[in-house]
Design a binder for this molecule. Structure first.
Ligand code: ADP
Ligand code: ZN
Ligand code: ZN
Length: 734
């Protein structure tokens, strides 16, 4: 047998692969790219992925170790996915092993075998009245359970204290059988509403249809409520009838029962869901249903983009501008950009939908790289909401509301409608301060004020999670005049309850909606609840359809107008437009009141008078003038550490290295421009100082060559053991 080593990728930050000897008696044929293996790495036991086999290695004979185990006979990650992972690793300058981990659900990452991971259930097959001969209390108790309910999950039974032997005994007696459970939420189609498409929807559909079967990126820019989903559904219908699968990606909080129901009702096929509130086993199940082709539609949030789909025919990415598509730690990938690459590789069309497309996507559409389709009117009878800026300069406010705004709320409530009050700040008040000396409650670990909460009463840092009690008097001057300053959702809720005592008030923020179930329940209540006031954060803004909301009041958009981040205005405008889009989505017309101190703010006025698209065009011009993305490419090197000097120094070294490197590899036509190092907008967070170095370059290739060299340099840099750094390609937040 000729000598060979197996080259594997391991989930470690090092940007390289590792050579191991095969498991004893294995031949080269046993190893296929994409297979999982178990290997010792230092003192850790890791699951790696086979990349290939080689007949030589640089590793000295005495250092070579053998793999401990081959986990699968067939590769779990196919050639396609491996290629995609290589792209991700190159593009984001991340270790291949860590990228590959994203392709597998947690249970498989841990090395668990596919069969072991199967959810097993036990099903009663004997008549309930059967009176079998059972030995012992446990067996009798177990049979009772099955008399009571036909199916039990194996895991639930063992958790309830029953042993496998007892279950097997019942099976021997012909009472129950063991089955592999793949419960697919398969809700039968219940008379779906088929709208006749309007002309714009029809045109969009006709424009995209010819691309089914090959790659094309399409932007479906449709105002809120214009019937984008209806277009998706038609496209999916065609894909399904060709025997293909569809991938639908939605923002973190856009995955509501309403959305899912719409897809399930329309098609009589199994739909799989993948989102963050599933447990590991549920994730694995969804992954299998999709990758084995059993589920025909996958609806999921960011990470669902990694799920293998053998018969992929179409990708839909709804609310493409949404920040949750970008992962903010570890592998800082954009699910949108990755979905585009994936669509290209699979030669399928991808539809990016939004009422407020990101400037990147809009730029691609305007320059003709993407097919650009517009839905300019609301579908059906709904009219666009009427928007109004209300100046509160020198105006008396009651509980933060101007008098005319309160009057408008009163009117809509009297008409038995719902009013949505948007304030993107949870808690009671953003500040607790002393009236006598000006002391403010600040976080000891961050450059931030503590937020005052009343339910339950405490001070809370929203950046590092630090919590403490509310002081009875000022720690600085002992005064008792320590007061809440400003407003959060809790305070607005409390004050509105006094102003509108007869109306129910529902608060929607991360404190009232802690999990998916609470979220679903609350939304059901809102849908059936009649006239009420909704007070909430951006949780209320995204894609929800509240037919009874006719008035939206936006309380605190001003902060976003003057953000230090160059994307600040873009994000504020998207949020305002999305929140406003909740108004008047059914038959009754909607109104939006924006309270502001800056009623003559030019961009805000452009948004109100001419809409998001017009503002986006003007923002694009500005970006072009300033040579900011999308007119240049950007990357960010971040560093953080408890020591401010070290945090800065690492970036200074990085800067010096890049300048040196550039001199040696002169890219005269496309130099990388550097900005910084300078402190992050919040310089200290959770006790660590945070700095950044910004890199800009008009060409992708020279930028990425520089980044690769930079990462190599930083990985061998000595003397900065305590400083954490990360590279963010196409960063969203600066
Ligand atoms: P979007 O996804 O653009 O926000 P939706 O697809 O949710 O819009 O559509 C908004 C509302 O209009 C929904 O209640 C939907 O059922 C309805 N609708 C969509 N298309 C039509 C149509 N062609 N005719 C009548 N109503 C429609
Ligand atoms: Zn004081
Ligand atoms: Zn803090």
């Amino acid at each position: 047998m000729s000598f060979f080593v197996v080259e594997i990728a391991l989930p470690v930050p090092l940007h390289r692969t590792f050579d191991y000897l095969p498991v004893q008696n294995d031949t080269q044929e046993h190893y296929l790219p994409g297979q999982r293996v178990r290997a010792e790495f230092g003192r850790q036991l890791l699951t790696g992925i086979v990349v290939g086999c080689k007949n030589h290695t640089e590793v000295p004979q005495n250092k070579l170790r053998a793999l401990l185990e081959r986990c699968d006979d067939a590769p779990l990650i196919n050639e396609h996915s491996l290629t995609l992972c290589r792209w991700l690793a190159d593009y984001y300058h991340h270790s291949l092993g860590e990228v590959l981990e994203h392709m597998l659900p947690v249970m498989l990452r841990r090395g668990c075998s596919l069969s072991e991971a199967n959810e097993r259930i036990w099903r009663r097959i004997a008549n309930v009245d059967t009176n079998p001969k059972l030995r012992g209390e446990k067996q009798i108790a177990l049979w009772k359970k099955f008399q009571h309910s036909e199916c039990w999950a194996h895991a639930d039974m063992t958790a309830a204290g029953f042993a496998l032997a007892q279950l097997k005994r019942l099976a021997e007696l012909g009472l129950i059988v063991e089955e592999e459970a793949l419960p697919l939420p398969n809700i039968p189609a219940v008379d779906p509403v088929f709208h006749t498409l309007n002309a714009e929807q029809q045109a969009a559909l006709h424009a995209i249809e010819p691309y089914l079967g090959r790659f094309k990126a399409c932007l479906l820019e449709g105002v809120t409520g214009s019937g984008k989903t209806e277009v998706y559904l038609r496209l999916i219908n065609q894909v399904l009838s060709k025997g293909q699968q569809a991938l639908v990606l939605v923002p973190e909080i856009g995955l509501t029962p309403q959305t899912v129901q719409r897809f399930q009702e329309r098609f009589n096929v199994p739909v799989a869901l993948l989102h963050s509130s599933l447990n590991d086993r549920e994730r694995l199940q969804g992954w299998r249903q999709v990758s084995e082709g059993k589920a025909r539609i996958l609806i999921g949030t960011r990470s669902a983009v990694f799920t293998p789909m053998p018969e992929l025919g179409l990708i839909i990415l709804d609310e493409e501008h949404d920040g949750s598509f970008k992962q903010q730690d570890g592998l800082r990938y954009s699910a949108r950009d990755f979905a585009l690459v994936r669509a290209h590789q699979s030669q399928v069309p991808i539809v990016l939908g939004s009422a407020t497309p990101s400037l990147e996507t809009l730029h691609n559409a305007l320059t003709g790289r993407y097919l650009h389709l517009k839905l300019s009117q609301r579908a059906g009878k709904a009219k666009p909401p009427q928007m109004k800026l209300h100046s509160i300069l020198h105006q008396p406010l009651t509980a933060g509301f101007a008098q005319p705004v309160l009057a408008a709320m009163q009117k809509h409530l009297e008409n038995n409608k719902q009013v949505l009050v948007f304030i993107n700040r949870r808690g009671f008040a953003p500040l607790l301060a002393c009236r006598d000396c000006g002391w403010m409650a600040e976080c000891r670990r961050c450059d931030a004020r503590l937020t005052l909460h009343q339910y339950p009463p405490h001070l809370h840092c929203h950046h590092c999670d630090f919590q403490q009690g509310i002081p009875a008097h000022c720690p600085q001057c002992q005064s008792h005049k320590v007061e809440a300053v400003g407003q959060g959702t809790e305070r607005i809720e409390e004050q509105l309850a006094q102003l509108f005592p007869q109306r129910p008030i529902r608060r929607v923020d991360r404190d009232t909606v802690r999990n998916k179930q609470a979220f679903d329940e609350l939304f059901n209540e809102i849908h059936t609840g009649g006239s009420c006031i909704l007070v909430g954060t951006q949780m209320l803004a995204k894609g929800h359809h509240f037919p009874d909301v006719t008035l939206v009041v936006i309380l605190d958009s001003d902060a976003g107008l003057f953000s230090a981040d160059f994307r600040g205005m873009e994000h504020s405008a998207q949020l305002i437009e999305q929140v406003s889009g909740r108004a008047g989505r059914a038959d009754s017309p909607g109104q939006v009141w924006i309270q502001t101190l800056y009623a003559d703010h030019p961009q805000l006025n452009l948004l109100i008078d001419s809409g998001y698209h017009a503002l986006a065009l003007s923002m694009l011009q500005e970006r072009q003038l300033q040579q900011l993305p999308p007119y240049t490419h950007m990357a960010l090197l971040r560093s953080e550490c408890e020591d401010r000097i070290q945090t800065q120094q690492l970036l200074q070294q990085a800067r010096a290295f890049i300048q040196d490197w550039q001199r040696q590899h002169a890219h005269d036509n496309a130099p990388v421009t550097l900005l910084g190092p300078f402190p992050a907008i919040m310089e200290r967070r959770a006790g660590r100082f945070r700095y950044q170095l910004q890199l800009f370059c008009p060409g992708r290739v020279p930028l990425h060559q520089t980044l690769e060299a930079l990462v190599q340099y930083l990985q061998q840099l000595k003397g900065f053991g305590k400083v954490r750094w990360n590279l963010d390609v196409d960063p969203l937040d600066t």
